[in-house]
Design a protein around this ligand. Structure first.
Ligand code: TRP
Length: 320
């Protein structure tokens, strides 16, 4: 199968290890084989906050994160919502294909509303999954590497594609989600790893920041370290994190630590994570803001060419 891969991130803050094992590792692997688009979803930033914040800074940092993990701009088209009017215009016909009831049933949207600190829930909060369908379908994406929380949005995309094709004729493929090795790595407090919940290790964290975060991680007072996801979820999560960084089974790491307790566990996790992040930190430092601007300008131009073609097909199919 000749896939077109599309995925993206909201530029709201630094990417973390959860992103890496959930999605970034897959992107780096897939970029050698398939046509690939990576979206900096800048218009999606305002779904759950009133203002876009330090948007330019965050976009630059996000692109540096991509370069740091090994996304190669010679192979991948990196672009942003706000530079592609034709992509955004797809939202109009797509919104006509879904019901209000369907929009309000989306479990990820519900969870985000529950965690939101906003006074009122915006209309964009309910409709952004359809915008995300435009993100995926503008380039006729067929494979979407994402974490588990994004699966409902890929379902919305399939629904939009299917209904569009039924009403107006075959234009879109039905994309599939691809989950990473560890689709939902938990944060250091045992909750969902999230930039906004302060429990995540950023890919751009220094050695000292990394050590400090792991030192604060929740564990228990049992000296014998075991891998028990049900009864000791926090310890299991740290073992999982070390396992992912070292390419080893969490159970073996637990056996190795034995009666060392939380202190030995944290020491091992800190070393594993810092070792893992070392080449990533190095690559990050090799790129300038000038590189970032040039890469984004090129990516935007190429993505826009694609979006113009698809919007043309959509208008034709609909008889506009
Ligand atoms: N919602 C995604 C996130 O928060 C980001 C995103 C926007 C995305 N558009 C996308 C992911 C399209 C995959 C495909 O991480």
């Amino acid at each position: 199968m000749n896939h077109v891969v599309l995925t993206g991130d909201r530029p709201t803050g630094p990417l973390h290890l959860g992103h890496y094992f959930g999605s970034l590792a897959n992107r780096v692997r897939l970029q050698d084989t398939y046509e690939m688009y990576v979206l900096i979803a800048d218009y999606q930033v305002i779904t759950d906050r009133d203002l876009p914040g330090s948007i330019q800074r965050n976009i630059t940092e996000l692109l540096l994160d991509y370069l740091a993990v090994g996304i190669d701009p010679a192979k991948v088209i990196v672009f942003q919502h706000s530079a592609i009017p034709e992509l955004n215009q797809l939202l109009l016909p797509f919104l006509s294909l879904v019901s209000v009831a369907e929009l309000s049933r989306n479990p990820t949207v519900k969870d985000e509303i529950a965690h939101s600190s906003q006074q009122a829930v915006s209309g964009l909060m309910y409709t952004y999954p359809v915008h995300q369908a435009a993100d995926i379908l503008f380039c006729k994406g067929t494979l979407v590497p994402v974490g588990r929380d994004q699966l409902p949005h890929v379902e919305v995309t399939r629904l939009v594609a299917r209904r569009f094709n039924e009403r107006y004729g075959e234009v879109f493929p039905l994309p599939e989600a691809m989950m990473g090795e560890q689709p939902l790595l938990k944060g250091l407090d045992g909750g969902k790893m999230s930039k906004s919940r302060g429990n995540a290790i950023a890919l751009s964290a220094t050695e000292d920041e990394t050590a400090a975060l792991i030192r604060k991680a929740r564990t228990d007072s049992e000296r014998l370290i075991t891998f028990d996801e049900t009864n000791r979820p926090e310890v299991a999560n740290l073992l999982t994190l070390a396992g992912l960084c070292l390419g080893r089974a969490p159970r073996d790491i637990a056996d190795e630590i034995g009666y060392g307790g939380a202190a030995a566990l944290k020491r091992l996790v800190t070393e594993a994570v810092n070792e893992f992040l070392r080449p990533i930190r190095k690559r990050r430092a090799e790129h300038t803001e000038g590189d970032v601007r040039r890469i984004l300008a090129e990516g935007n131009e190429r993505a826009r060419e694609r979006a113009v073609i698809t919007l043309g097909e959509v208008r034709d199919a609909m008889g506009f």
